[in-house]
Design a protein around this ligand. Structure first.
Ligand code: TRP
Length: 335
């Protein structure tokens, strides 16, 4: 087992990525790729667990997500980008791990429980969806990842992964699998442009990385501020004011934001002016990303070639783990 820290992250390709992804994870991945061995998994199989009836929704977004990665600065020479369905070891490990996880344990997973409720699954719950935490454990362990940068909603997955690691290692009597820990983002979750706690395409409150100049303008100027701040001279509230949440997340000059907040609280700083400042930041951030993305998406063969190269590299790593797990369990290895 190697001792170098290995990072695995993943995204379900169910839509193009948005500003929430940028703040929560993409920007950090761009930084981490310089200091760690990092792999990003395009989790199409996981995307299918609640889209089994519309596979095109997943299939058509694989290259969209690839374009998002490269446009924000993920460098395929530094980060391995690979496709979950192209890695048979992940499916095989899932199959092996399913036997050491109980249905009761899966039912207790709070993230899965929430999702089941939100999606209104009752008897219609797909088996694949129920077991996706096991598949995620296969993803993480197959790469022998010890660091998993995720949002706090993914903590139950990490906990469940480590349970599987310990059970399997106890069964094999040797430390075949490596335990992992989550790295939580220091910036909180970015609210939607409407102020809803979560930015999500399905809630219609997301700004995609490909947003046009006009879309950015419209979204910023429709943002929720302080409804009691009627006149410019009125003192305003920062708490719950989406414009300031976004300024905190995107304005490069923290001192300037602090000064704006003080001015807004005192009175005398208008919403329009704050929104103009925010719009300027977002236009500056997104213009080069939009330009690169548009170029990338024009060359799907190139995107696919990058994904294939990464998947081939990942294939070797994940097959090795599968081999060690099978050997540890005493199963004869056929080839
Ligand atoms: N569950 C993650 C999400 O919905 C995606 C994912 C799949 C993942 N496999 C992973 C994340 C492995 C980290 C590690 O965003």
């Amino acid at each position: 087992m190697n001792s170098v820290s290995t990072i695995l992250t993943g995204d379900r390709p169910t839509g193009p990525l948005h500003l929430g992804h940028y703040v929560g994870s993409l920007a950090r991945r761009v930084k981490l790729q310089h200091d760690y061995s990092q792999t990003i998994l395009v989790a199409d199989l996981q995307g299918l667990t609640d889209n089994g009836h519309r596979p095109e929704k997943v299939a058509s977004n694989i290259l969209q997500v690839m374009a998002d990665y490269l446009a924000v600065g993920i460098d395929p020479l530094k980060t391995t980008i690979c496709l979950q369905s192209g890695l048979p070891a992940l499916a095989e490990l899932t199959m092996l791990y399913m036997n050491i996880v109980t249905v009761a344990r899966l039912e207790r997973n709070p993230t899965v429980k929430n999702e089941i409720e939100q999606k209104g699954f009752t008897r219609s719950l797909p088996v694949g969806f129920m077991v996706y935490p096991v598949s995620q454990a296969a993803d993480i362990t197959a790469f022998q990842a010890d660091l998993v940068p995720v949002g706090d909603d993914q903590l139950p997955m990490i906990e469940q992964t480590n349970e599987i690691v310990h059970k399997l290692n106890a069964l094999t009597g040797t430390p075949v699998l490596r335990p992992c820990r989550a790295i939580l983002s220091d910036t909180g979750r970015l609210p939607g442009v409407d102020g809803n706690a979560k930015m999500s395409k399905s809630l219609g409150n997301a700004l995609p990385l490909s947003a046009s100049e006009a879309e950015i303008h419209r979204a910023v100027h429709a943002m929720y501020t302080d409804p009691a701040h009627l006149k410019i001279t009125d003192p305003g509230k920062i708490e719950g004011n989406v414009v300031f949440t976004y300024l905190d997340a995107f304005h490069p000059d923290k001192a300037k934001v602090a000064e704006m907040k003080a001015h807004y609280r005192r009175g005398g700083l208008g919403d329009r002016s704050c929104k103009n400042t925010l719009e300027e930041c977002l236009q500056m951030l997104l213009a080069p990303i939009r330009r690169r993305r548009a170029e990338l998406i024009r060359d799907p063969e190139m995107l696919l070639a990058i994904l294939k190269t990464g998947t081939q590299k990942a294939h070797a790593v994940t097959q090795q783990t599968l081999y060690e797990v099978k050997k540890g369990l005493g199963l004869p290895v056929m080839f």
